[in-house]
Design a protein around this ligand. Structure first.
Ligand SMILES: Nc1ncnc2c1ncn2[C@@H]1O[C@H](COP(=O)(O)OP(=O)(O)OP(=O)(O)O)[C@@H](O)[C@H]1O
Ligand SMILES: [Mg+2]
Length: 376
């Protein structure tokens, strides 16, 4: 059991505040992933929870107990860093046992815990090796093992896989997912820059920007219903296309958006979400864009392909959107192959079109918009 509550956490370095009042409740056994641009405060918050930084104000609460003044080693928290920071002169076994010996555990207890962790992480055959005789992935597993043996209530990972090559990242990501399954009561917070890690590992994702939380939600909530332009463009790869335009009412009273590129979209906006004349932004994901045939009518974009990336199962089309001077990215699946200078028409389903007000906040839409753009 380890419910973790962060209440109005602020952190300043000298005169510079880098966390501006973070509020977050994490349930026992939850796997929460922190994402956000470099410098937004993810590591600072993790280190503050672990007690490696003192917070300037606010409350850190585990299972109802305020731990602000509890020593790091007494918080029941283990942290795994990007750099494995193993002791080079100690074997794998010794690296995992060291902290426990310092803490005064009996030899038998230390042995039991090390062998248990080694079993979980498939390190049994490496216990007598020195770190220099291990691969990067194996070293990171030792670092995780060193955290496991402490039997923590809360597990913190700060970009643990970012030093590994692509194949090893995938393998170790799956190890971490399995580790979570084998420790269902342990609360985990995991920082990553990797979209796939965030989407696949998280029960909930927390998106940070400049020391504030932008949005908290399940991966699919953030993907489907981003609260603002920042989250919309941060979650998903390649990023959501953003187009600008102006809100207008058509003769039936329905709210439309006339985009700067000339295309008119009926977005099914709630009437109180936006006023006539407002600048609005519209977002469409590359993977939610459909190539339309010549017969398609309604809200259809046109453009010229500037560049094609062939990724095997999908082609990424970099399109110069007609009438706007903007680039628009499309993920094109299927057999048809595309080439530079091809002129194409494309569209998207109304439910896949996101709308944002002039401040970047998502505008609520009617559940079933009228005047769906048709698609070919
Ligand atoms: N010891 C320090 N002294 C002064 N400023 C610091 C210190 N540590 C971090 N900062 C600043 O605090 C801000 C947040 O840094 P932090 O390391 O938490 O970012 P991050 O989100 O982990 O970034 P990254 O994704 O690059 O790891 C940055 O502006 C950073 O320069
Ligand atoms: Mg960091």
């Amino acid at each position: 059991m380890a419910d973790l509550s962060l209440r109005n956490i602020r952190k300043s370095y000298a005169n510079l505040e880098v966390l501006h009042g973070i509020d977050l409740d994490i349930k026992s056994g939850e796997f929460v992933v922190f994402v956000g641009p470099s410098g937004c405060g993810k590591s600072t918050l993790l280190r503050s929870i672990a007690g490696l930084e003192t917070i300037t104000s606010g409350d850190l609460i585990i299972d109802g107990e305020r731990i602000n003044n509890v020593a790091p080693s007494k918080r029941g928290i283990s942290m795994v860093f990007q750099s494995y920071a193993l002791y080079p002169h100690m074997t794998v076994y010794e690296n995992m046992a060291f902290g426990l010996r310092i803490a005064g555990l009996s030899k038998a207890e230390v042995d039991k815990r090390v062998r248990n962790a080694a079993g979980i992480l498939q390190l049994d055959n490496y216990l007598q090796r020195l770190p220099k005789a291990l691969s990067g992935g194996q070293r990171q597993r030792v670092a995780i093992g060193r955290a496991i043996v402490r039997d923590p209530r809360v597990f913190l990972f700060d970009e643990p896989l970012s030093n590994l090559d692509a194949a090893l990242r995938v393998a170790t990501r799956i190890e971490i997912a399995k580790l979570k399954q084998s420790m269902p009561d342990v609360t985990m917070i995991y920082v990553t820059h990797d979209q796939v890690e965030a989407m696949t590992l998280a029960d909930r994702i927390v998106v940070f920007k400049d020391g504030y939380i932008e949005q908290v939600g399940t991966p699919i909530e953030l993907y489907r219903n981003p609260a603002n332009l920042f989250v919309a463009q941060f979650i998903g790869s390649p990023a959501m296309n953003i187009l600008e335009g102006k809100a207008e009412k058509d003769p039936t009273g329905s709210m439309k958006c006339i985009l700067d590129c000339g295309v008119a979209l009926d977005l099914g906006l709630l009437p109180d979400g936006v006023s006539v004349g407002d600048r609005v932004s519209v977002g469409i994901r590359p993977e939610n864009t459909q190539i339309a045939d010549a017969r398609a009518n309604g809200a259809v974009f046109t453009g010229t392909i500037d560049f094609v990336e062939h990724l095997g199962e999908v082609q990424i089309l970099y399109v110069d959107l007609a009438g706007s001077g903007r680039k628009y990215l499309i993920k094109a699946y299927g057999e048809r192959s595309y080439a530079r200078m091809d002129r194409i028409r494309f569209t998207a389903r109304a439910q896949d079109i996101h709308a944002f007000d002039v401040n970047g906040a998502a505008i609520a839409k009617r559940v079933s918009p009228v005047g769906e753009p048709t698609f070919g």
